[in-house]
Design a binder for this molecule. Structure first.
Ligand code: GZL
Length: 329
């Protein structure tokens, strides 16, 4: 009789444990996600991928669009804390200014997972990890492609001088994508054996938007028209805006002015196919699946790497027609 009671108690215990475990598994994860805004084709692709991946992972996603304002991101994170979400995700529009709100998340014992851009905090434990892109390498790849192209095609300054003049359309001021790409590009230029053939004539933010890219390129052309040989645009949207200004000034984009940009969105592949741009360095926005897989690991108490980069390539114009139909964004 005693044995029967023991067996019954054991099976009851197992039943309770199993149902508790299944209850934990059954509990849908709720994640609060603060997105920067919708400033570029790239950002829209990133948002669409996050939403699709949340569905695929059966995540209850509370999505907030900050309309390009850091204060809106901070407000959204505070709301997520008040709602006691399981995890907070966000794309830091700029690298600094997050310590206080992330301390509030830490006090509320809500883990924070960063996507896409980097942040600078006084205490690295304020966020668990960052899933995203390596903007320094993207900037380095951009210059290295340019240097190789100039050498192979024996490109000479349009004004007959001894320097190939570069103008730069920078991204959002203070964003890690901006500082990283600038660092990568400028360091590769400084380390190049051909560094003396280049001069950076002007560099100004176009805030990653097509409209500002067009406006700033128009002002560059007014100031330096026939002295500009190369445009480095820190994203494709600004390059596409600049192409419109270059054509309006009666110049041939990709021929009179070599154009190098970053992202790899469909719009730049079409421009390259139309003979209007030279190369795009891919920055992969399709980070949603990796983000939610990592979030699930964090919530199970598993350890994850502090930083994980997604795969990225380089696509010159001659590849555009072949690659365009395969592009997912
Ligand atoms: C890069 C990403 C940048 C893109 C832009 O990781 O944060 O923001 O390059 C986007 O197109 O606006």
């Amino acid at each position: 009789m005693k044995l029967v009671k023991t067996l019954l108690a054991a099976s009851l215990g197992a039943l309770i444990a199993a149902s508790a475990a299944s209850a934990v598994q059954a509990k849908q994860i709720t994640i609060g996600f603060s997105q920067i805004g919708a400033e570029s084709e790239w950002r829209t692709a990133n948002t669409n991928d996050v939403k699709a991946a949340a569905k695929a992972h059966n995540i209850n996603l509370k999505f907030s669009d900050a309309q390009q304002k850091q204060e809106n991101q901070i407000k959204a994170i505070r709301t997520f804390i008040a709602q006691k979400v399981d995890l907070i995700g966000f794309v830091p529009i700029v690298a600094t200014g997050w310590d206080n709100v992330l301390r509030e998340a830490k006090r509320a014992k809500i883990p924070v997972l960063v996507m896409d851009r980097d942040l600078t905090v006084s205490d690295p434990s304020l966020y668990v990890a960052k899933i995203g892109t390596d903007s320094v390498t993207e900037g380095k790849k951009a210059f290295e492609w340019l240097d190789d192209y100039v050498t192979k095609n024996n490109i000479k300054p349009r004004n007959g001088g001894d320097k190939l003049n570069i103008v730069i359309l920078e991204g959002t001021v203070g964003a890690s994508a901006t500082t990283g790409r600038a660092k990568g590009f400028n360091t590769a230029l400084k380390n190049s054996p051909n560094k003396d053939r280049y001069k950076i004539l002007a560099s100004q933010t176009g805030d990653f938007t097509r409209q500002k890219g067009q406006e700033v390129m128009e002002s560059f052309l007014k100031s330096y028209r026939n002295d500009i040989d190369i445009l480095f645009a820190m994203n494709d949207d600004m390059a596409l805006g600049a192409i419109q200004s270059i054509e309006a000034a009666g110049l041939k984009p990709s021929k009179d002015i070599i154009i190098v940009s970053v992202d790899g969105v469909k719009g730049i592949f079409q421009a390259m196919k139309d003979g209007k741009s030279n190369v795009t360095v891919e920055c992969n926005p399709l980070q949603g699946d990796l983000f939610f897989t990592t979030a699930e690991k964090i919530l199970k108490g598993e350890s994850v790497p502090k930083s994980v980069f997604v795969e990225e390539g380089v696509y010159p114009a001659e590849k555009a027609a072949e690659v365009l139909p395969t592009r997912k964004y």
